[in-house]
Design a protein around this ligand. Structure first.
Ligand code: ADP
Length: 428
């Protein structure tokens, strides 16, 4: 079986055991060599001491060599040239037990000593046997310990996998347990949890969007249906039918706008609306938007003021930006009551950013809704907005139109006092 095919636990244990065995063997070999060198050095020291003692006795009292041989229990030989002065029994010590020899020679005589190295070999052998039995035991213990430890260390991974398996689209709000946020598994779980949170938010948004869109589509459809049903129940004059058809067409208009806006937003979010950014004179753009919507303001007797500074330009897609500004101004006219005042201005900041402001004296937007009014289908005042025929997509489109051009929309509003939308397009 390939190592790679084994479980992480088994692989960790094998690596651990392998490395440990190697380290212990190297250590044991080192210890044996060291002890061996020590023991032989001690033996050589003894042989040197023997040689010195024999030399001294030979020089002082050659006759005592026999007595010395008995006392020392060492085998030795003293020769003068070819003449043997003294030789212990069992000399030369060959063919018998292992012996270590040492010699000393000068002009007159030569001394040779041999010491039995059996005890040294015995000691080394005993040490080797101890190690040979102890090493497998130690490795066995280490493998068992390593296996247990690896199991314990890896247990969180199993828990993570089990919990992750249980998480489905329906239970995206569940999170993985983070036992220790500082360790590797904790960080892994945290990253996974972040991903889950994003998925959860995306799913939630999708769910909300689907619910909202169905609701928005159903409302005009229900209206068309009930108007039709009521008309069918009675016979009406030609004028009456015209009125019925007229109100049905109004709802169809609303449906059409809704579907078109939805399509636009979907394509915009998928990045499928190509922008052609050129230098655009914002004075012209704002003037054109105001002129286009002026008739709506006049219908409500509103005072629409347009303030245009010269030389305000931005690097943007004129068509897309125009759509955004149109939505802002359209909202201002729509939500501001009769005789209200609406101001549209195009200026530039000291830093060279272009600024377009759309301000009204309408009902304002509660502070709590400032972020949310830009969401799709969100309405600060549900009843009022629907009455005015809004689709709830105007500000979402406006925000996309401005942000796609590299700008941002700011909102300042006080409830009951009016609203100011400020579009800032940074200097290119
Ligand atoms: P709608 O089609 O409902 O107008 P929008 O996305 O254009 O949708 O606007 C979202 C909500 O923001 C509106 O329903 C309304 O409550 C609020 N709103 C937008 N513009 C204004 C404004 N100028 N004055 C007051 N409320 C506004």
């Amino acid at each position: 079986m390939r190592i790679g095919a084994l479980s992480v636990r088994a692989r960790l244990t094998l690596w651990h055991a392998g490395v440990l065995t190697l380290v212990i063997c190297v250590f044991a070999g080192g210890v044996l060599l060291f002890v061996r060198a020590r023991l032989y050095r001690a033996l050589d020291d003894q042989i040197r001491a023997d040689l010195a003692t024999i030399d001294r006795v030979y020089r002082e009292e050659t006759g005592d060599l026999g007595e010395l041989a008995v006392r020392m229990g060492t085998r030795f030989e003293v020769t003068e040239g070819a003449t043997v002065i003294y030789r212990t029994t069992g000399w030369p010590p060959v063919g018998t037990a292992p012996f270590r020899q040492g010699t000393m020679a000068d002009a007159t005589h030569r001394i040779a000593v041999a010491r039995d190295e059996g005890p040294v070999r015995q000691t080394l052998w005993t040490l080797a046997v101890i190690m040979a039995t102890a090493i497998p035991c130690a490795v066995g213990l280490a493998v068992a310990g390593g296996y247990l430890l690896a199991g314990r260390m890896l247990a969180p991974v199993g828990t993570l996998a089990d919990t992750a398996r249980k998480i489905t689209a329906e239970s995206l709000s569940a999170r993985l347990p983070v036992a220790n946020p500082g360790d590797e598994f904790g960080r892994l779980a945290a990253v996974f949890n972040d991903t889950l949170a994003r998925l959860d938010a995306a799913f939630e948004q999708l769910r909300r969007f689907t619910a909202d869109a169905s609701h928005e589509l159903r409302t005009p459809l229900t209206a068309i249906r009930s108007v039709g049903e009521v008309a069918l129940q009675r016979s009406l004059s030609a004028e009456g039918y015209r009125e019925v058809v007229g109100s049905m067409l109004e709802e169809v208009d609303r449906l059409t706008r809704l579907v078109e806006n939805l399509l636009l937003l979907t394509r915009a979010e998928a990045g499928r609306i190509p922008l052609t950014r050129v230098t655009v004179d914002l004075r012209e753009l704002v003037a054109a938007v105001s002129d286009g919507l002026r008739v709506l303001a006049e219908e409500k007797d509103q005072d629409l003021t347009v303030q245009l500074a010269g030389g305000v330009t931005a690097h943007c897609d004129a068509g897309v930006l125009r759509l955004g500004i149109t939505n802002l101004l359209y909202n201002a006219i729509k939500y501001t009551p009769q005789h209200g005042v609406i101001r549209v201005a195009a200026t530039s900041t000291v830093g060279g950013d272009a600024v377009i402001e759309v301000q009204d004296t309408g009902p304002g937007i509660p502070a709590a809704d400032h972020q949310r009014v830009f969401e799709r289908f969100y309405r600060a005042d549900h009843a009022r907005s629907r009455q005015t025929g809004g689709t709830g997509l105007g500000l979402a489109i406006a925000r996309w139109a401005v942000e796609a051009n590299g700008g941002r929309i700011e909102l300042e509003s006080l409830e009951g006092r009016g609203t100011l939308f400020r579009v800032v397009l940074p200097r290119s």
